[in-house]
Design a protein around this ligand. Structure first.
Ligand code: ADP
Length: 191
């Protein structure tokens, strides 16, 4: 199963992806994590990406396309994956479709986790205090939210038009949200 997780920063994609990994035994591919570990490792790509991330902007589509193509070509991704943080704009969505159709592994399901903006701001403020991510400051978060509504929200419609999108309410406990996701995936596998 090839799943794309969509949702604003702080919507809980990463948390739900981790639970899905346990349940489905598929790799969690988080572009944010890939970029942060490249930055930590001090690679050329990582250093360039960090400057962009710290402004709350998007790393270039070309860099992202190479990064994702490389990651999806690894052996653990051949039976499926949970993609978190990619695609983040329409051009990335088209690039992903191209890549996946070349390997005959199209996206099966796009899940959009819906959370109200006020709640997102509270969650990110808490995460900033707990994890100290350099892009969780108030100004950068505001920028990330704008990038999300301008560039990533259209990706939701892109998958909806292909009949692949399910919206999930991301409020309530982590477990409640996860049960909603499980319900959707169970429906897909029996239908
Ligand atoms: P969040 O979902 O909370 O915004 P992520 O960890 O997914 O956090 O992403 C952090 C940052 O990494 C983004 O703000 C962006 O700068 C960069 N990034 C992650 N994925 C992509 C992508 N697909 N395209 C461009 N930039 C990306």
């Amino acid at each position: 199963m090839r799943i794309v997780l969509l949702g604003a920063p702080g919507s809980g994609k990463g948390t739900q992806a981790a639970l899905l990994v346990e349940e489905l035994g598929l790799p969690h591919i988080s572009t944010g994590e890939l970029l942060r570990s490249a930055a930590k490792a001090g690679t050329e790509l990582g250093i360039k990406a960090k400057a962009v991330i710290d402004r709350g902007e998007l790393v270039s589509d070309d860099i992202m396309r190479e990064l994702i193509a490389e990651r999806l070509s690894q052996a653990d991704a051949k039976d499926g994956f949970i993609l978190d943080g990619y695609p983040r704009n329409l051009s990335q969505a088209r690039a992903l479709d191209k890549l996946l159709s070349r390997i005959e592994q199209p996206v099966d399901e796009a899940l959009q986790i819906d959370v109200d903006v006020d709640r997102i701001i509270t969650r990110i403020a808490r995460r900033a205090a707990e994890e100290g991510r350099s892009d969780d400051t108030e100004e950068v978060v505001r920028n990330r939210m704008n990038v999300y509504s301008d560039q990533t929200a259209p990706v939701v419609d892109y998958y909806a038009q292909q009949g692949l999108l399910t919206r999930i309410l991301g409020e309530g406990s982590i477990e409640e949200v996860f049960q909603r996701i499980r319900g959707v995936l169970q429906m897909r596998t029996v239908s």
